[in-house]
Design a protein around this ligand. Structure first.
Ligand code: PHE
Length: 533
């Protein structure tokens, strides 16, 4: 005897009848059929929890700002010390009129037209990052869609297809067609008889006919999904579909890797960006926080005292100190390496051992040839060597000119590492030339930002927490099981570490936000326990 054969739908109907709507709703949530509250999860603490408690927040990036915003609402007395003249930390938009200064002394003046910008830090907000989207909603930050992939954009690989770029709709759909044809063949030849029942064999074959799509003989002969050589038009203009790209070409890593990008959990449509620049988010927080945020306040010392902490910092050439009961430390570990502190040994160790990734972006102003000549609106493209990917703007579509990225990778990769800035620009232009011959010369006014060359960043995001970890260039979804990470997620006495590096969502603003929310919850539980004892 198994479970009674009752469909999910019947089951929900029954629950609904017996318990009313809310019972059905809760049951659906429990069954995973409905999202757990779409909104952000509030901190569980009484409104006045923080009354009489002082907190020094080090760093006015997303983690520090979220912490300050939440703690103020709970009555804590907070002060954010931010080293720069602006909020946001690595969240940073560059516009015409701005100057980008590198630690090695290089200076670039941005002369882009009014309204043009580039998000040299974070540049996309996945729809699954509900805390960041929640704050945008709450703070009134206008969002627009960030187009993360476009079927009309290209992939290029010098080693495949004679170096000719291929359109993504072709690569994606022809790959699917070839795979379906092969699987269909295996099934028809009986190779999967051990694994499939007779019924499922038939079901799979009908599915593959649609999914491929395959013709009546089970062959993949191309599909309009992959595009046309002649578009369907008026009168007798019939659409003629393209011949499939051969499988050997498609099996090249740069092609299939490119087509899987949009399946990455946090890269999936729909993605968002603030209208006018990612820095609209930190500015909105800063506006809400008012005098809580202190700028050009450079932390020089983090000390523990009998009562809590003493933070030494400089501001306007003067040496200052801030005493507080607790400290929320949101500084990147690249900075902590250089700040004298009273952290206990395991914390000192992870700070010393950790390494940061050196991401860079190169952006240019140009006529929107991608829109006007190629029907490409947003999305990314890649080539297999040199500067990659290209990232087209999602804002200002259909205007005459815009800013695109050509090169967003690691500064220490291959030959790029030792190039001069001019050579890097030449590499970046070459990428566009390979994908869109003739258009490399339309690129103007390049700007190059290397995170590790920017004061108070000195890196893009944590790469390793300790010496035994493999280096990860991109913030991937590997679990942070390193003892260094395990250390950082616990407070060191009165000091709480926050930032994307104290989360499992490294290299995303959401990671910074959840780390701050978690720490505010931990502190509030502690404060309450102390009050009731
Ligand atoms: N969040 C960053 C981005 O969207 C870095 C990142 C890239 C993180 C790829 C994970 C995967 O570009």
């Amino acid at each position: 005897m198994g479970a009674p054969n009752i469909s999910r739908r019947d089951f929900l109907m029954k629950v609904g009848q017996a318990g009313g709507f809310s019972a059905a709703f809760l049951t659906m949530q429990a069954l995973g059929l409905m999202p757990q509250a779409e909104a952000m999860r509030p901190i569980e603490a009484a409104p006045e929890t923080g009354k009489g408690v002082t907190v020094a927040i080090l760093g006015g990036g997303i983690a520090g700002l979220v912490a300050a915003y939440e703690m103020k609402a709970l009555g804590y007395k907070c002060m954010v010390l931010e080293a720069r003249h602006r909020p946001g930390g690595r969240n940073w938009s560059v516009r015409g009129g701005d100057t980008v200064e590198f630690l090695d002394g290089a200076q670039q003046k941005c002369t882009w037209e009014r309204g043009h910008y580039q998000n040299f830090g974070p540049a996309r907000l996945p729809s699954v990052h509900k805390n960041m989207l929640g704050y945008c909603r709450k703070l009134g930050v206008a969002l627009e869609v960030e187009v993360n992939t476009s079927r009309s954009s290209y992939l290029e690989n010098d080693e495949a297809n004679g170096g000719k770029p291929a359109v993504q709709r072709e690569v994606i759909n022809d790959t699917r067609g070839h795979v379906s044809e092969l699987l269909g063949k295996c099934i028809r030849q009986g190779a999967l008889d051990q694994d499939l029942s007779g019924e499922d064999r038939d079901r799979m074959l009908s599915f593959l006919r649609q999914y491929g799509p395959l013709d009546s003989t089970g062959a993949y002969v191309g599909s309009s999904r992959a595009g046309y050589v002649t578009l369907p038009g008026a009168g007798d203009q019939e659409g003629r579909i393209a011949k499939p790209v051969d499988m050997h070409t498609l099996l090249d890593e740069n092609f299939w890797d490119g087509i899987l990008f949009e399946e990455v959990f946090d890269m999936q449509a729909t993605m968002f960006q603030p209208v006018g620049g990612m820095d609209r988010i930190p500015y909105a927080f800063a506006h809400a926080l008012g005098k809580t945020v202190h700028y050009e306040a450079v932390v020089t010392e983090i000390r523990r005292t009998a009562k809590g902490v003493r933070i030494g910092y400089t501001q306007g050439g003067r040496t200052k100190a801030l005493e507080a009961d607790y400290c929320f430390c949101a500084l990147p570990m690249t900075m902590l390496k250089k700040i004298s502190n009273d952290f206990s040994a395991p914390y000192k160790q992870v700070i010393e051992d950790c390494t940061y990734a050196p991401a860079y972006k190169i952006a240019w102003e140009s006529r929107r040839f991608w829109e006007q000549d190629y029907n490409i609106y947003g999305g990314l493209e890649s080539v297999n060597t040199g500067c990659s990917p290209v990232w087209f703007p999602s804002g200002g579509m259909f205007t005459e000119r815009g800013v695109l990225v050509s090169g967003y990778a690691m500064d220490d990769w291959g030959e790029f590492a030792s190039m001069t800035m001019e050579q890097k620009f030449a590499e970046s232009r070459k990428t566009i030339e390979r994908l869109h011959p003739g258009h490399g010369r339309e690129l103007e006014k390049p700007m190059y930002v290397s995170w590790r060359q920017i004061a108070f960043n000195e890196g893009s995001w944590v790469a390793t927490y300790g010496p035994d970890e493999p280096t990860r260039g991109w913030g991937d979804d590997a679990h942070r099981v390193n003892p260094g990470y395990e250390t950082l997620i616990q407070p060191d006495g009165p000091i709480y570490f926050i930032g994307d590096h104290v989360s499992q969502i490294v290299a995303w603003q959401e990671g910074a936000a959840v780390s701050a929310l978690r720490a505010v919850q931990m502190l509030s539980d502690r404060v309450r326990a102390r009050q009731s004892s």
